[in-house]
Design a protein around this ligand. Structure first.
Ligand code: NAP
Length: 319
């Protein structure tokens, strides 16, 4: 029997049904999260290791990369890569892969779930019924906002943004988008200014990448431009929205509603948001379906296997 290839796994795949067991069956895993002193563990076990698996959540720092002299591939579970030090990896010629496309539909579906839940007060209505308030409180819950036929603004028309836009057409919506570059392969209207897009939109869905380039891209000015009847939806990354400004705008009535899957300091959610009926809050579950989590696991493992067999990952992050 040939010895299993040794790889590093940065964190436990709690959000994936079978990834931990599957990797452990096929590889000799250095389970980095189990070592209190990661530096010492990398020094002791890292020599000769060419591949590492991680996730958008756990990332891979320059410190880890630099501690692994033979590392040649980082295979990540998830599409976001702002927690992976791509620059440090590429400077050493290390390939980095993520799991794009396979999660697009489920994240877009969830963005729509959030949009409908916020506008039509679905989460609030559910709380109302469970609290036994139906029939007790005069007038029930406040009226919601119509979604069909409204104006949908997408911030970041990438894979997920485009899937959200497509669903908007099914709801007879007028769709426009903002990103750094105008796309010539779509017919949706382009707004070079995010503030102008927010002024125009009834619903503004954030679907950009995370990281320093988009930090607080959706600021107070953008939220105020969206206005008292507008709804912001975020399925991208928490730090893309200035959360303090969001709370302030919701509380002052300058923004209508917020529906969020992601937050600035997960799993911390500001108490002011929890207490606000104009906010719908989810625990970062954009890709969390059995089918999609399995597909992400498959693609992460396929990248790893492909690297070990051919020297090349399948879905490289160009960075
Ligand atoms: P993608 O195809 O790379 O799309 C990202 C989009 O962001 C591109 O259209 C890009 O357009 C735009 N963008 C980048 N920087 C920008 C900036 N400064 N201003 C405006 N737009 C900018 O990625 P994707 O597959 O759609 O995924 C998008 C993100 O969703 C991921 O990076 C991840 O953070 C998030 N996500 C969240 C969940 C969840 O569970 N909630 C799950 C999966 C993914 P330009 O380059 O033209 O600007």
């Amino acid at each position: 029997m040939t010895a299993k290839t040794r790889i590093i796994q940065v964190g436990s795949y709690a959000g994936s049904p079978t990834a931990n067991d599957r990797l452990a069956r096929a590889y000799d895993i250095v389970e980095l999260w189990k070592y209190p002193d990661r530096k010492a563990a990398l020094a002791e076990h890292g020599k000769g290791i060419t591949a590492l698996v991680t996730s958008a959540n756990y990332g891979c720092s320059a410190e880890i990369i630099n501690a692994l002299p033979d590392l040649k591939a980082i295979c990540s579970w998830g599409v976001g890569y702002e927690t992976l030090d791509i620059k440090a990896a590429h400077a050493r010629g290390i390939q980095v892969s993520n799991t794009p496309d396979v999660l697009t539909d489920c994240v877009a579906d969830l963005a729509w779930g959030l949009m409908l839940a916020g506008a039509r007060r679905i989460a609030q209505g559910d709380r109302f019924v469970r609290a036994g308030s139906w029939g007790q409180v005069h007038g029930g819950i406040p009226l919601g906002t119509r979604v069909s036929g409204k104006k949908l603004g997408i911030v970041g028309l990438g894979r997920i943004g485009e899937a959200i836009a497509k669903r908007g057409i099914g709801f007879d919506m007028d769709v426009r988008y903002h990103s750094r570059r105008q796309r010539n392969d779509v017919s949706y209207g382009y707004e070079a200014s995010l503030v102008d897009l927010a002024k125009w939109a009834d619903f503004l869905v954030v679907a950009t990448v995370g990281g320093p380039g988009t930090f607080h891209l959706v600021n107070k000015e953008v939220l105020e431009a969206l206005g008292p009847t507008g709804t912001v939806i975020n399925i991208a990354r928490g730090p893309v929205i200035d959360e303090a400004a969001l709370v302030e705008c919701l509380e002052s009535g300058k923004l209508g509603n917020a529906a969020l899957d992601v937050f600035e300091q997960e799993p911390k959610v500001p108490d002011a948001l929890k207490a606000n009926e104009k906010a719908v809050l989810l625990p970062h579950i954009g890709s969390a379906t059995l089918e999609t989590r399995k597909a992400m696991e498959d693609l992460m493992v396929e990248n790893l296997e492909s690297f070990l067999k051919t020297g090349k990952v399948i879905t490289p992050v160009e960075g």
